[in-house]
Design a binder for this molecule. Sequence first.
Ligand code: TYD
Ligand code: MG
Length: 453
Amino acid sequence: MAKPKKRYVCQACGGVSHRWQGQCGDCAEWNTLAEDVPATVFSQKHDLSSGGRAVEFVDLDKPGEIPVRQKTGLAEFDRALGGGLVPGSAILMGGDPGIGKSTLLLQAAARVAREGRGVVYVSGEEAAGQVRMRAARLGLSDAPVKLAAATGVRDILTTLHTMPQPSLLIIDSIQTMHSDKIEGAPGTVSQVRGCAFELIRYAKENGVALVLVGHVTKDGTIAGPRVLEHMVDVVMSFEGERSHQYRILRALKNRFGAVDEIGVFAMAGEGLEEVENPSMLFLSGREQPLAGSAVFPAIEGTRPVLVEIQALIVRLQSGATPRRAVVGWDSGRLAMLLAVLESRCGLNFSSAEVYLNIAGGYRLSDPAADLAVAAALVSALADKPLPERSVWLGEVSLAGEIRPVAHAGLRLREAAKLGFGKGFGPRDEGKHSGSIDYAGLAQLMNLVDRVVS
Ligand code: TYD
Ligand code: MG
C-alpha cells in the first residue's frame, strides 16, 4: 500500500497544505501548520473480501423515529432553538468571551434539572466552586444539576457510562477539552475536532442533547476549524455588546428547524432575563428627532423589532485618509452604499469620516435595512433630522434603485401599531401599508431630495 502522503493542517483555520510552511496560505497566520496524519487510506479499488456490514435502508416516511423536542422552559432559548432541544442532537454555542454563554446555559440546565430530567454540566474553564458561586448568585443552587470540572473527554465519557443517562450534557467549552488518543494541546484543530467527534457520537448513540460552548475568534468565527460547524446539528450564536444590557440568541444553522427566530435576553444582576416583547428595545426613546438617526422596522422570525440606526459624519480639514467605522452592520455593505450615494446622487463622502452604529448592541444583516442606513447617512451629511416618527425600509441596488423587501406590509403595520406615522420604502408597497402614511421611493435620489430640500 502506498505510504500516506504527509499533510499539514493550520491550527487556526483548518486550512490544508501538502508541505510545511511558516505561514498558513489560507489565513496568513504564522507558525500554525502542524502535521496531520490521515486516519485511514483506502486502496483505490474496493475489495469485496475486506468485510463491512450491510447498511440498512429505510423509507422516508418511516414513522416513530422522529424525536420529540424537549422544552428547556427558558422560552427565549427554546424559541431560538426552533421549539426546544432535540434528543441526540449536538448544539454549538458560540459567542464573545464574557457575553453570557455560561450564564445562559447554567440557567437552562437548572430549568431542565428542576423538571426532573438529568443534566450534566462539565466546566473546563472554571473550577466547580466558581460555577457554584454563579449558581448561588442566580438563585439556582437547589437545582439538581450534576456539576463537574473536568477536561479529559475519556474521563467524562467513562463517568457518563456509569451513571443514569442524562437528557442534557453541557460542555463548557470544547476548546478546553482534551483527548489522550489525539496528539496536540487542547484547543488545536485536531483536539477540538477529535473531542467533538467523541462527544457527539456519545450524544447520538444515547439520545442525549449535547451543548458545546465554542469560543469566537477576533474575526467572529468560532475558533478551531469550520469542520466543527459541519459536525453539529445546530450552530447558535450569542450576540450583543458587553457594555449593553441586551443579548440576542440566534441560530445560524439548524437541521431541525428554521433559523429566523431569535431569543432576546437582558443581562441583569440576577442573570439573564427573558425579553418577551423586544419591539421597542433598540430605540433610543428620545423625543426630539436628531440628524443622522433613522428607524428600521426589522423582522426576526415572527416578531417585529424596531431598530435605530445612527450615523455621524465628520468633515476632515486635512488630506488624511478618512476613517469608516461600523458597529452592528457589514462594513462592506456600508462601503457599497457610500459608493452608490456618491456616484448616483452626487453626494461627497470622500473627505469625511463616516461612523455607523446600530443602537443597543443589535446586529443587522437584513438587506432591507439599506434604505434606513442611507437615510441616516444622508441626514447626517445634510445635518437635517428625518421626519418625526418615520420608518425606512428597502434594499438599495448598485444602480441606486430602491428594491422591494420581504414582509413589507407586516413591518409597516407593526410600526404603525407602535406609534410610527410615516413609512418610506419601495414604490409598490403602499397598498400593504395599513394606517401608516406611506411614501414610495423609486430611486435613492428621491430620498436625497426629501431630506435635503
Ligand atoms: P459568562 O456567562 O461568564 O460569559 P461567557 O461564558 O460567555 O464568557 O458571563 C459573564 C458576564 O456576565 C460577566 O462579565 C458578568 C455578567 N453577569 C451579570 O451581569 N449578571 C449575572 O448574574 C451574571 C452571572 C453574570
Ligand atoms: Mg464561560
